[in-house]
Design a binder for this molecule. Structure first.
Ligand SMILES: CC(C)(COP(=O)(O)OP(=O)(O)OC[C@H]1O[C@@H](n2cnc3c(N)ncnc32)[C@H](O)[C@@H]1OP(=O)(O)O)[C@@H](O)C(=O)NCCC(=O)NCCS
Length: 361
């Protein structure tokens, strides 16, 4: 393709202005690609919902590019960075509109992003690529858990660029509403098994001051304690300052947050939490975000306790969403067991791919 142009997308402060046009076009690519590939609108997110994430630049720097031919948008690319131990890593993502696939746009965008990563001195790139095709020849994850199709566009493109499959993630969906009485029983049984040393708390968009320090610690541990196979994603440090900034930016967007957490009563510290985000539109699913039980407090049913408590909160405060969607590593048996017991069922598998980059000479 000789006329392909790739340009940076400016991240606007607000939407609906001429400066925001590229950002809105790039999010429209995301929506169209997801709707086409998944066959549902579950993953459609309006630009207002994406903007807070894109404005989190200080602790989660990222860039977005658009591929065009003349005035026609063909696709987009995303490159994300982290601080802390993962400062040597980038996360890349490429999406090409269905009607423009098979013409070299995906490869051009991927190579563009890899060049940026190399020029930035990064030593590895990671891609999470959803693979929707079921059946046919498969490529096994080296973890021994899960596989992806061996000959679809994303697999071929990533293999040809020198990526290797490290892990498979399972996307699962829990249809709502759940039977409240059943959910309360699940929550009460888990609370009884955990015993009097553990007490549940819940809150909305803003973490109470008393728990901010503990939540920052739990968020940091998310990056090191969740299984990440051979991806070596490294520690992503959270501070109270980052937590408050994150909450401030999210508050400017349309999502509502729900958090349930467990206090270890003898120490007065939080040792487990889970967060759900509900979109503004009631006909869209809620997103299950982070869940963690600190290693030293596992085996007390705290994972089930926080999840059941948070689903009860969602049902009380925002009834009507059709489902909750979550992503977990296929080898994360403890988390999958909790989710399966609640009724989550798989709807997609996602390959987590890694490429080690050659330093520039
Ligand atoms: C994966 C994706 C980006 C490819 O975009 P594209 O513009 O169609 O890709 P290209 O035309 O540049 O082709 C790149 C390679 O993909 C593979 N490919 C493309 N179309 C294919 C098809 N229909 N079947 C099998 N392989 C195919 C080939 O290996 C091709 O290389 P080649 O032409 O040198 O043989 C696109 O399908 C997409 O947007 N998918 C959804 C998002 C996604 O999965 N992203 C993950 C990648 S980061």
């Amino acid at each position: 393709m000789t006329t392909l142009q790739i340009t940076d997308v400016m991240i606007p402060d607000r939407l609906g202005t001429p400066e925001a046009a590229d950002f809105e076009a790039a999010i429209a690519v995301r929506t169209a690609v997801n709707a086409h590939d998944s066959g549902t609108n579950d993953e459609a997110r309006p630009p207002e919902e994406m903007l807070p994430t894109w404005r989190k630049q200080e602790h989660e720097p990222k860039r977005m590019v658009l591929a065009r031919e003349g005035e026609t948008v063909l696709g987009r690319g995303v490159i994300e960075y982290r601080l802390g131990d993962a400062v040597d890593t980038t996360w890349l993502h490429v999406e090409v509109l269905p009607e423009h696939r098979g013409r070299g746009v995906g490869r051009a965008l991927a190579e563009w992003l890899l060049d940026i990563a190399t020029a930035d001195g990064k030593s590895k790139a990671i891609v999470y690529a959803p693979s929707w095709r079921v059946g046919g020849a498969r490529l096994d994850a080296p973890t021994g858990f899960g596989d992806v199709p061996a000959d679809t566009a994303e697999t071929r493109l990533l293999l040809s660029l020198g990526f290797r499959l490290e892990q498979v993630e399972r996307g699962s969906r829990l249809p709502l509403p759940l039977d409240r009485a059943v959910l309360e029983r699940v929550r009460d049984d888990a609370a009884q098994a955990a015993g009097p040393d553990y007490r549940v708390h819940r809150w909305g968009d803003h973490t109470p001051e008393q728990w901010q320090e503990d939540l920052a610690h739990l968020l940091t541990r998310m990056s090191t304690d969740a299984p990440s196979a051979g991806l070596d994603e490294g520690e992503d440090p959270w501070t109270v300052e980052r937590l408050l900034e994150d909450e401030q930016l999210e508050a400017e967007g349309p999502r509502t947050g729900f958090t349930a957490a467990v206090e270890h009563v003898p120490s007065g510290r939080l040792v487990a939490f889970t967060t759900l985000y509900a979109p503004a539109e009631l006909d869209r699913p809620a997103d299950q975000e982070d869940t963690i039980v600190l290693r030293e407090h596992r085996g007390h049913r705290l994972g089930m306790l926080v999840k059941a408590e948070n689903l009860l909160a969602l049902d009380e405060l925002r009834p009507g969403h059709p489902a909750v969607v979550t992503y977990n590593a296929e080898e994360n048996r403890h988390m999958l067991s909790v989710n399966e017991a609640l009724g989550f069922a798989p709807f997609v598998y996602e390959g987590a791919w890694r490429k080690d980059l050659e330093p520039l000479r």
